[in-house]
Design a protein around this ligand. Structure first.
Ligand code: NAP
Length: 382
């Protein structure tokens, strides 16, 4: 074989690789990056599937199952208000139903502006809930738009005697095609993380005020995922995945950001004294739950029977950890923590790095400054 037959293509590829950024990105970096994170996704999710199997099929596994009637869980929520995003579809519906059964006023959301959709969802959620003091509102919210977040929050503020005991940020998307919002945010970043961070910022004064007036602790619960373990590092230079997009990495990053944000938020609240006593914040992984969300996973598409019957929990069980985080008295002293299976759990090392949390905190404040009037939690007066 002639040396030139190897050398010429090699030189050609080297020249392309070094000189043409788009070629490098499209043919080399993107496939490498997306493949690497697809494998990383399976490496993270497999042990959790085994755990789901054990939870479902091996009673002696000792994995906690929460009952709505557990003595530790607040039995009566009459007179209390909860905002729960994404509670009109998916596992959020079961969270909403639990709050309603306990007599709360729930404001949940739909990303469709269609009145008929809202009516159908209302009927589905409230089916078989005995009459009582509960009340349900379904309001439009599109977390792909920070303008929509502000409109939602303003609508809440306009309510007579607006009070709030619980803010549960449950809405989310997983592994969509690349989409960037008009605010410049990648969709998973916008919906799973930034939209909820902005809501937390605007709702916090209400959570604090209501807790002070009623002497009942207020709670913030943002939904993360076991897949926060996916990112090996944070690509600070490309948080919106403009240069290269791996749906697995971007989802993992959004859920990692949620944990880091909650941890940093509760450190801030603790340092401010009184507000830290009144408002506690948690983040959770709900388990692998049989909802539409998981239909984006290849293994679930390929082996639906095995996935649904053996390795996924139903939506009622999927709601347990959120309910525990919002309503358990056991958690009073553990603000900022991450939960799995209605228990405190350990999140990734990356998520617990306080320097990285501080950096994300500052970056988030900058990204959202347009919708916070350049204020942020640190410089707000409470
Ligand atoms: N299922 C699981 O195994 C699993 C595992 C780990 C974490 N999680 C997390 O748990 C949460 C709930 O997931 P799920 O399984 O219930 O998913 P799902 O069945 O797909 O429901 C997603 C929810 O998010 C809402 N949503 C989606 N896009 C929105 C947008 N642009 N603006 C406002 N709301 C939006 C949806 O409301 P609309 O229908 O009105 O758009 C829906 O209520 C998510 O944060 C998810 O990441 C789920």
């Amino acid at each position: 074989m002639k040396v030139s037959s190897i050398l010429v293509p090699f030189l050609f590829l080297t020249i392309c690789y070094n000189n043409f950024e788009p070629i490098k990105s499209e043919f080399v970096i993107t496939p490498l990056f997306t493949t690497m994170y697809r494998y990383q996704f399976y490496a993270v999710v497999m042990p959790y599937m085994v755990r789901e199997y054990q939870r479902k099929n091996i009673p002696s596994s000792g994995i906690r199952k929460l009952k709505e009637t557990d003595p530790d869980i607040e039995p009566n929520l009459e007179g209390r208000t909860a905002i729960i995003t994404g509670g009109s579809r998916g596992l959020g519906v079961e969270v909403v139903r639990t709050f309603l059964r306990k007599g709360a006023h729930v404001i949940t959301t739909s990303s469709s502006n269609d009145k008929q959709v809202a009516e159908q969802r209302y009927a589905k959620i409230t089916k078989n809930i005995p009459p009582g003091k509960w009340k349900l509102d379904i309001w439009y919210l599109d977390l792909m738009s920070m303008e929509s977040v502000l409109e939602f929050v303003e609508r809440f503020k306009m309510q007579p005697n607006a009070s709030l005991n619980y803010f549960i940020g449950n809405a989310g998307v997983m592994f969509p095609k690349y989409r960037i919002s008009k605010d410049g945010f990648e969709s998973q970043q916008s919906i799973n993380y930034l939209g909820h961070a902005l809501m937390t910022f605007h709702l916090l004064p209400y959570l604090y005020e209501t807790s002070k007036q009623t002497n009942v602790q207020s709670r913030i619960v943002l939904t993360s995922s076991c897949l926060h373990h996916i990112p090996a590092r944070i690509r600070w230079h490309d948080l919106q995945s403009v240069q290269v997009y791996s749906p697995h990495y971007a989802y993992g990053l959004s859920k990692l950001s949620v944990i880091m944000f909650i941890n940093r938020l509760s450190r801030t609240l603790k340092s401010k004294g009184d507000i830290g006593q009144h408002v506690k914040a948690f983040t959770i992984h709900p388990g692998l739950v049989d909802t539409d969300l998981l239909n984006t996973i290849e293994i679930v598409q390929q082996y639906p029977q095995i996935a649904h019957q053996v390795a996924l929990r139903d939506v009622k069980e999927g709601a347990e950890t959120t309910i525990y985080a919002a309503l358990s008295n056991e958690l009073d002293r553990f603000s900022g923590r991450y939960l799995e299976d209605s228990q405190l759990a350990v999140s990734s090392r990356l998520s617990n790095n306080e320097d990285l949390q501080d950096r994300l905190w500052t970056v988030t404040a900058r990204l959202l400054s347009k919708w916070t009037d350049d204020e942020w939690f640190d410089n707000m007066e409470y």
